[in-house]
Design a protein around this ligand. Structure first.
Ligand SMILES: O=C(O)CCC(=O)C(=O)O
Ligand SMILES: [Fe+2]
Length: 390
């Protein structure tokens, strides 16, 4: 029987894959406060944007409303002509990292080096997180988005640091054009925050977070070694025992004119590594070298991308990857992203071992301040890293 205790120890049935840590979850209250209006500079803003799910389900919807149409924007955010088709992305066999021979482990670590230097992106297979659990996470996410607008409103959140937020687009208060996406975003580590509805979703996600965190910690050790550091060096430098882990469920309903709309804008993730699963429907695109590539996911694999804290810590050797999401006409896409970062109070700086000629590329920056900088700026590209570049 699954139980949410306040000081959760790594359960016995988890594969023991590394020695430096076990997940340590605390469970916090699940309900955030709600208000009915938002204010900025004391001016009431009556901008209430309905979910894109309800818009997409309107029976007479045959075109994209102008508020979702990016072709009216001057920026070349859609940029579709630069797409490269059919690429084989690096795949990391997790079982070889944890139970392979020392030779197999070092081969996989070499592959990780190449993947991080070339793509900033790789897939992880044979990771031990069950397909059934992943399916339950998708099912719970689908049921969450099917709650009534009023029920979801309870989890809306109003402030940057609210531990549970749900809504549509990215930030409807600031977005000039809306994104074709609804979301639920919650902080799940070091404290676990999650809605209590729909029934069973919270428990499923709690288990999923722990299992995914085990894989994340195993990959972190391998990345540390791939940079020539001790296996637990990244864990220590980023204070991963209290690391911020953010769960996001994204819903991208079918779109009548997918060429005009966008699910998420080009952005990099502010954390260290993001682990993503999707419900068998593709839509993620990455831009490692100026060109956009469609990611064709391997079913039930983790799609992992490097974030800004990895670029900072590695002194620019491993770049955080810019990515975006496109939508399609027929199918609903659900993705679940686990963003793994340092603890909020950690000051992240380039690892001295990776700084050549006493020339750090980035200024040491507290993770909390990094996030605040990102949220107060345009989300496009890698703006915050540019601001702390020396
Ligand atoms: O839905 C996806 O494929 C990507 C989601 C994403 O980039 C994010 O949540 O930061
Ligand atoms: Fe992202």
């Amino acid at each position: 029987m699954f139980c949410l205790s306040s000081s959760f120890r790594s359960p016995q049935w988890l594969p023991k894959i590394h020695c430096s840590s076990t997940p340590n979850y605390k469970v916090a209250s699940s309900v955030t406060s709600t208000t009915t209006s938002n204010t900025q500079n004391n001016v009431s803003i009556p901008k209430i944007v309905k979910s894109v799910k309800s818009l997409a389900e309107s029976p007479d919807l045959t075109s994209v409303p102008s508020s979702y149409n990016f072709t009216t924007e001057v920026s070349n955010i859609l940029d579709k002509e630069l797409l490269e088709e059919e690429v084989e992305f690096p795949t990391i066999d997790f079982s070889l990292l944890t139970s392979g021979s020392p030779n197999q482990r070092s081969e996989v670590i070499n592959e990780l080096t190449k993947a991080c230097e070339t793509w900033g992106f790789f897939m992880v297979t044979n990771h031990g997180v069950s397909e059934t659990l992943m399916d339950e996470v998708f099912d719970g996410s689908r049921r969450f988005f099917e709650l009534s607008e009023e029920e979801k409103h309870e989890y809306k959140g109003n402030n940057l640091i609210d531990p549970i937020k749900c809504g549509t687009s990215v930030n409807p208060m600031l977005d000039k054009v809306f994104y074709w996406r609804d979301f639920l975003k919650t902080y799940v580590h070091p404290e676990f925050h999650f809605p209590t509805r729909p029934p069973g979703y919270r428990e499923t996600v709690f288990e999923f977070c722990q299992r995914t965190r085990e894989v994340f910690l195993g990959i972190s050790e391998a990345i540390s070694e791939s940079l020539g550091l001790e296996a637990n060096e990244i864990y220590k430098r980023l204070n991963l025992d209290l690391g911020l882990q953010i769960f996001t469920a994204n819903l991208y309903p079918p779109c009548p004119q997918p060429d005009l709309a966008l699910g998420l804008p080009p952005h990099s993730d502010h954390g260290f590594l993001t682990f993503l699963i999707q419900n068998g429907v593709d839509g993620l695109q990455i831009q490692p070298n100026g060109k956009w590539y469609n990611v064709k996911g391997v079913p039930y694999s983790f799609l992992v991308n490097s974030g800004d804290q990895l670029e900072l810590l590695s002194n620019g050797r491993y770049k955080s990857i810019v990515h975006r999401v496109v939508v399609n006409r027929e199918k609903t896409r659900i993705s679940v992203a686990m963003a793994n970062g340092p603890s909020l109070e950690t000051i992240v700086s380039p690892a001295p071992e990776l700084v050549e000629n006493n020339q750090p590329v980035y200024a040491a920056t507290k993770y909390k301040e990094f996030i605040e900088l990102q949220k107060s700026n345009e989300i496009f590209g890698k703006g915050v890293l540019d601001r702390i570049r020396l």
